[in-house]
Ligand binder design. Structure first.
Ligand code: DP6
Length: 331
């Protein structure tokens, strides 16, 4: 009997220290600036895909999800179509996927989810692409997905076209043990999805200034990472988070991603830091706060976070590997 055309991939979301915000080409997801991130070890997406002649149409199932938008299904079908084209086949597929965390709350679920879909589809159809080729292919599904193919600390080189816009590794996961305490304050879907947010970036009068300053910021954070200078690293990433939210807040229409609890945590992190407990916050396109700290301070920070009301869930993460094939299929 022929071997099944089936594969399962696991991928982790990441947290960006220098954010991807604004696209030079929305169709191929060429970003306006380079970004830098780290994969999050304790959060993940898993996706199993099987192609076969017995499937009349593509079917997609999200486990543990109450609401799945048509747009999400379409994005997955577009990945299947791209991979089918590369593999020169018309076979339809069964897709089952799940996330270990809520979608759309400010954890890059499209990045982990769609990198897992891209890799699983390629493996199922026996397309053995290089990491760079996979990164480019994943980018077409979601910008952050191109970072999720790579292990550890990653830089996405914006490039100028679809062939030279992909991610590379800066440092492996075990290079630097820093922690990200992911603090989920609302388990609901954000109102403005990041794809829409990107398209509004140029309406902010400050986007031009932001883009002008990014190369120097990238250079500085890479030096801090190389030296493992946690203080300089933290100062850059926190100020970058506020810079990115300034663009969102001053877009037309403005986007305010924070909840009251988000702001409360931001204030407390700065206050605790003044008292000698060093950590820095960053926030993506949602209300979730990422507290970046050193492993020795995780327990103390967790204890202090218990005093803040409105927190739904905490997840402590360390640098992770990128997307990979696993043997535990979802069906
Ligand atoms: C705010 O990757 O979700 O998390 O390419 O349209 O899918 P699309 O956007 P997406 O952008 C998320 C951007 C961010 C910052 C970042 O992770 O760099």
């Amino acid at each position: 009997m022929a071997k099944k055309m089936k594969a399962t991939c696991k991928s982790h979301p990441d947290i960006a220290f220098i954010k991807y915000w604004g696209k030079a080409d929305p169709k191929t997801r060429i970003p306006q600036n380079n970004s830098i991130s780290m994969g999050l070890s304790n959060l993940y997406s898993v996706c199993t895909i099987e192609f076969g002649p017995s499937f009349n149409q593509d079917t997609i199932e999200f486990l543990n999800e109450k609401i799945v938008k048509e747009e999400e299904l379409q994005r997955i079908i577009m990945v299947l179509d791209r991979v089918r084209k590369l593999a020169k086949t018309n076979l339809r597929a069964k897709v089952v996927t799940k996330n270990s965390f809520p979608k759309g709350a400010g954890i890059a679920s499209s990045g982990s989810g769609l990198s897992a879909v891209t890799m699983a589809a390629c493996w199922a159809l026996r397309l053995k692409l290089s990491r760079i080729e996979l990164s480019k292919l994943a980018r077409l599904a979601s910008g952050t997905a191109c970072r999720r193919i790579i292990d550890g600390f990653v830089e996405w080189h914006k490039g100028t076209n679809s062939n030279n816009s992909y991610s590379v590794q800066l440092f492996p996961p075990d290079y630097w043990q820093i922690a990200d305490i992911v603090v989920i304050v609302a388990e609901t879907m954000k109102k403005v999805r990041s794809t829409k947010g990107h398209s509004l970036a140029d309406t902010s009068p400050f986007q031009k200034v932001r883009l002008k300053n990014i190369p120097a910021k990238i250079k500085a954070i890479k030096v801090a990472m190389k030296k493992k200078d946690f203080t300089v690293f933290g100062q850059i990433l926190e100020s970058e988070a506020l810079n990115f939210h300034t663009i969102a807040l001053t877009s037309q229409p403005p986007i305010l991603y924070w909840e009251g609890t988000t702001m409360e945590i931001m204030k407390r992190v700065q206050e605790w830091r003044d008292q000698g407990l060093e950590s820095y916050f960053t926030i993506d396109a949602g209300p979730t706060v990422h507290i970046i700290c050193q492993p020795k301070d995780v327990q103390r920070l967790k204890k202090r976070l218990k005093t803040i009301s409105g927190i739904q869930r905490l997840s402590v993460n360390y640098p992770s590997i990128g997307a990979r094939v696993i043997n535990q299929h979802l069906f």
